[in-house]
Write a protein that binds this ligand. Structure first.
Ligand SMILES: *Cc1c(COP(=O)(O)O)cnc(C)c1O
Length: 429
């Protein structure tokens, strides 16, 4: 079923003259799946329309933020209304206080919060704060976890980096990278050894409590609990990077589900409702070290931007509707079972990892519990599946190592239509 792609191709050819790789963020370029990217004209509900007029049921959701779907009327209305009062003041507003209160009331370990403009800024700032608070330098991260593109965090960082098969980034001084220690995800023994040897040097451990940037990989039972014990005993801070899981798995993030409380939490994506927002927060005692109260400098001309705060507020308010997350999970469960059944019928080895409304279908026959097992996936089969889905009107994230997201705008009929597309994509129509 060939789609019309003339206009997308023409615009993308032009894009490559002016933007490196034709994009402003690498995974958008389809390098992980081959072929030309689709150029988007508009989004509405669970659907994307490209500039050739093709319509897709979207499971990328702008990589996580759009839990209410595209152009959710309450979010658009709030932004429109805020825009009428000016785009930015560089001064305090009521909206940022309301959103801060909502974040502090929702996420159990956050007593105070600072808004920034991206998830990258959130993790970068949280780690600066952790270093200041502990007076130590070393940061521990896990293989395959992504925490944005700050220098010291681009070490074995999954996702975009995994897709492009870059071992890490050029331009990061070895001396910066040396401040970051890397351990396999879910590997408690490696973590214990590291803490025995170097615990006193470790300012913080940063972790995605559910990894979602090597594809979705849930924490093994006891992993986060052990991490909490080890960091507490060593006087290190535990930083949960909930940029994806925050407001995705529940209003309180994954910490509210697992009961393990980090010292600092990073947020992004959903908290901005599709606008560029990140946030970091935690215990007041730690947050009071941030300027102007304390010696840790961190600032932003557009931080707490009124349009972004309006989009975040409108989004978060919709999430507290009773049964919101249960309904989302039920649809994701149905999508997963349809996907597994189609793969089984086709005889294609497939491992589907799902947590709430996010899932990844790994083209491999063994369980995926860490970066090494994720990397065993057959990316060529994934790429064929991805393109077949596109031809059948379904837009999955263009990489084996990303999460697909279900939004409130996906109706049951959309899920069933997608399952039919799975059958077509596996050639078992
Ligand atoms: C997306 C993401 C980031 C980076 O956020 P940006 O807004 O892209 O800078 C950080 N951590 C995690 C877990 C993410 O998924």
């Amino acid at each position: 079923m060939p789609r019309k792609t003339d206009r997308s191709r023409a615009v993308f050819a032009e894009a490559q003259k002016y933007l490196p790789g034709g994009v402003n963020s690498p995974v958008r370029s389809f390098r992980g799946v081959g072929g030309d990217p689709v150029v988007i004209a508009s989004g509405s509900g669970c659907r994307l329309t490209d500039i050739d007029g093709n319509v897709y049921i979207d499971y990328c959701g702008s990589w996580g933020p759009l839990i209410l779907g595209h152009a959710a009327p309450e979010v658009i209305e709030a932004v429109r209304e805020a825009a009428g009062r000016g785009l930015s003041y560089g001064a305090a507003t009521e909206a940022e206080v309301e959103l801060a209160r909502l974040v502090c009331d929702s996420v159990p370990s956050i007593e105070m919060v600072r808004f920034v403009n991206s998830g990258t800024e959130a993790t970068m700032s949280a780690l600066r704060l952790a270093r200041a608070f502990t007076g130590r330098s070393k940061i521990v991260k896990f293989e395959g976890c992504y925490h944005g593109h700050a220098d010291g965090l681009l070490v074995q960082a999954g996702s975009g980096v995994a897709t492009l098969s870059l071992p890490d980034s050029a331009g990061v001084p070895p001396s910066y990278a040396a401040e970051t220690l890397v351990v396999p995800y879910n590997d408690v023994a490696a973590l214990e050894t590291l803490f025995q040897q170097r615990g006193a040097e470790i300012a913080a451990v940063i972790v995605e409590p559910v990894a979602a940037n090597m594809g979705v990989v849930p924490p093994a039972p006891g992993f986060l609990e052990r991490l909490r014990d080890l960091t507490s005993n060593a006087g290190s801070l535990l930083v949960f990077d909930e940029v994806i899981t925050g407001f995705r798995v529940g209003l309180g993030g994954y910490q509210a589900l697992c009961g393990v409380m980090p010292d600092l939490t990073c947020l992004g994506k959903i908290v901005g409702g599709g606008m560029p927002v990140g946030a970091y927060g935690g215990r007041s005692e730690i947050m009071q070290m941030v300027a102007p109260l304390g010696p840790v400098y961190q600032a932003g001309t557009l931080s707490g931007n009124p349009l972004a705060m309006a989009a975040g507020l409108a989004t978060l308010r919709a999430l507290s509707d009773p049964g919101f997350y249960e309904a989302l999970s039920a649809k994701a469960e149905r999508l997963m079972s349809g996907l597994k059944a189609a793969a089984r019928q086709a005889g294609t080895p497939l491992q589907v990892n799902r947590v709430g409304s996010m899932l990844t279908a790994f083209f491999t026959d063994g369980p995926v519990t860490d970066y090494a097992s994720a990397k065993r996936s057959d990316t060529a089969s994934h790429a064929r599946f991805f393109h077949a889905l596109l031809d059948h009107g379904v837009y999955f994230p263009p990489s084996q190592f990303e999460a697909a997201f279900i939004s409130a705008a996906h109706e049951e009929s959309d899920i069933e239509a997608t399952i039919l597309a799975f059958h077509d994509a596996f050639g078992i129509a």
